[in-house]
Design a protein. Structure first.
Length: 111
């Protein structure tokens, strides 16, 4: 992934409704979701879903497939994996580092 693609993907996710859409679609995995299911689950109008899905499709974070009269949106896990790899490419100065344990939100202390 190049810098422009990373910025496009991060920009697409940098909006609350689009982030909620992406998380919902990732949650169901390859089964995917229709615009109507997304609108219902997220309690937003279908036109809003369509508007925001367009940005996620443009960024390559979702795929779209027509099934008869319905559109099915699915996560493009390859693109997200490329984005994560791009963001962490220089982690630990290219030395393999172990994954740090993640504390629960309640156990975290402010820096």
């Amino acid at each position: 992934m190049d810098e422009r693609a990373a910025v496009r993907a991060l920009g697409a996710l940098a909006q609350d409704v689009r982030l909620r859409i992406y998380r919902a679609v990732v949650g169901v995995g390859p089964t995917g979701m229709t615009p109507g299911a997304l609108a219902s689950e997220l309690a937003v109008p279908s036109s809003t879903v369509s508007f925001h899905v367009k940005e996620l499709l443009h960024a390559g974070l979702l795929t779209q497939e027509r099934d008869g009269r319905h559109l099915i949106y699915r996560p493009n896990i390859d693109t997200m994996n490329e984005l994560l790899a791009y963001l962490s490419a220089h982690c630990c100065q290219a030395v393999t580092c172990g994954a740090a344990p993640v504390a629960s939100d309640a156990a975290r202390t402010p820096c």
